[in-house]
Write a protein that binds this ligand. Structure first.
Ligand code: B16
Ligand code: MG
Length: 213
């Protein structure tokens, strides 16, 4: 087996919560009178922390905010985001993702989540995957978000594997850099395929099977 463990990013890889992040930031932007927050701006928010994501929005206004006000804005965005998440169910997990994860597990390969999000366990519960992974490394156990490798090195540690034995699957350029800098091979999907650092590029999630099985 080429890899003993696969570490999956969550938002934009396992499920489409990346779209909800975008919608929630757009709601906040519009409340601040910023009407030109676009998907292109949102690309820079993939994988990075909530507070860094807020700065991407605030670059688009001349208004100045104190640290306390910024915290309140990030909390407000998270409330919009959680409202969108609470409407999710097992129907938001695609058959392609479910079948691919099952095939990887059946081959005896360990699987983990490596997500910057503090909402990761809530999302996994909504889509019925909370008990499906051998380890979960997320925004609750890290001090630095992607592009720092910490979330992935901790996931590998939780699996009891060396980074060189694991593959990281990511939709964010920041996540590919994190995987690369942590000594992992990486499989890029979606916008992360632009990254020159990716080991593999997936057209669709199930392409993983040809790489790892
Ligand atoms: P939260 P991932 C990341 O999740 C998102 O891509 C990123 O846009 C977000 O800012 C970050 O989680 C923190 O999320 O506000 O929910 O704690 O892609 O690493 O699964
Ligand atoms: Mg992601």
């Amino acid at each position: 087996m080429k890899y003993e463990g696969i570490i999956f990013d969550l938002d934009g890889v396992i499920c489409s919560t990346d779209e909800y992040h975008y919608l929630a930031w757009k709601m906040l932007a519009e409340k601040l009178g910023i009407n030109d927050f676009t998907k292109k701006d949102n690309e820079r928010q993939r994988g990075v922390s909530r507070m860094e994501s807020l700065e991407v929005v605030l670059e688009k206004t001349d208004r100045k905010f104190t640290a306390e006000e910024k915290l309140a804005l990030a909390t407000e965005k998270n409330e919009y985001y959680k409202k969108l998440l609470s409407q999710m169910s097992e129907k938001d997990l695609s058959d392609e993702v479910k079948d691919t994860l099952n095939a990887i597990k059946a081959a005896g390969i360990k699987i983990a989540i490596g997500s910057s999000s503090k909402n990761a366990k809530f999302i996994l519960t909504r889509i019925g995957l909370i008990n499906s992974f051998d380890a979960i490394s997320d925004g609750e156990n890290i001090t630095r978000t992607k592009p720092d490798p910490q979330v992935f090195t901790m996931a590998a540690e939780f699996l009891g594997l060396e980074p060189g034995r694991c593959l990281v699957v990511e939709d964010a350029e920041a996540g590919i850099k994190a995987g690369h800098d942590g000594g992992f091979d990486t499989a890029a999907i979606g916008s992360a395929t632009k990254s020159a650092l990716a080991t593999y590029r997936l057209k669709t999630f199930s392409d993983l099977k040809a790489i790892v099985l």
